[in-house]
Design a protein around this ligand. Structure first.
Ligand code: FE2
Length: 246
């Protein structure tokens, strides 16, 4: 099934993802083989590296990537700039100043937290972002043990926050606690997006085939579509809604 990736580190030399254009191409080949038809690229952003120049660099790399995809592989790949932002109290201000990026210039913002962050802090971050007019998407929720407590994903989703999970985290047997937890959340319909979070063509490459088989076997067709493509399309439909004051 066709997919849109809304969490990936495929741009070369900008973060701990792809090291160079050759690696980017290798990752892209793998992604195309798995039927990805569009991407929102999400290099890491934080209060430490936020700047108008970095945002511009991401936009330029994004354009170059699109050209590279066409020239080298003959693919007209829709690619949009975004960031995975390590949340801090300054995030909203930095977004307003155009020093950090939302996803595809929409109101959706992909957020991550330090692993040991308290639930109250995550909840309050979500509310702060919403009050400022953003739609927070929590990146790879499976990483935070505080979110594994019964009812917490639901509580966050009830506020309007969106939940993202990595394909790779779902891929595991009955003795893999993380995979089991992820599968349960999916069966309960608490997840909104799946992303590759690909960083390279090696151990953090886009691998979705095995997981897709599980999704198709265990979830409704409509829900699978929403997870792998439909909800990402809604982000793209909101393109241009975020206008920083620069
Ligand atoms: Fe990531």
């Amino acid at each position: 099934m066709k997919k849109i990736d809304m969490h990936c580190h495929i741009l070369p030399g900008i973060d701990d993802g792809s090291a160079n254009p050759k690696e980017t191409l290798a990752m892209l080949r793998m992604a195309l083989n798995q039927d990805f038809v569009g991407m929102i690229v999400t290099p890491h952003g934080s209060v430490r590296n936020a700047s108008v120049e970095r945002v511009q660099e991401i936009r330029t790399l994004c354009k170059k990537f699109r050209i590279q995809a066409y020239q080298r592989l003959g693919v007209r790949l829709p690619v949009f700039p975004g960031q995975e932002i390590m949340y801090s109290v300054d995030t909203r201000q930095l977004l307003k100043e155009g020093k950090l990026l939302t996803l595809a210039d929409s109101r959706y913002v992909l957020l991550e937290f330090l692993p040991g962050t308290a639930y109250s802090k995550i909840f309050s971050a979500v509310r702060q972002m919403q009050m400022a007019g953003y739609v927070p998407i929590l990146a790879h929720v499976e990483r935070y043990h505080v979110l594994r407590e019964e009812g917490r994903l639901e509580e966050l989703a009830d506020t309007g926050a969106r939940i993202q999970m990595n394909y790779s985290s779902i891929d595991g047997g009955w003795n893999n606690n993380t995979a089991q937890w992820c599968k349960r959340q999916l069966k309960d319909g608490l997840v909104h997006y799946l992303g590759t979070d690909m960083h390279n063509s090696g151990e953090r490459s886009p691998q979705t085939e095995h997981v897709e088989k599980w999704l198709n076997k265990n979830l409704s067709e409509d829900y699978v579509w929403a997870l792998i493509q439909g909800n990402a399309r809604r982000i793209l439909d909101d393109r241009g809604s975020h206008k920083p004051k620069t």
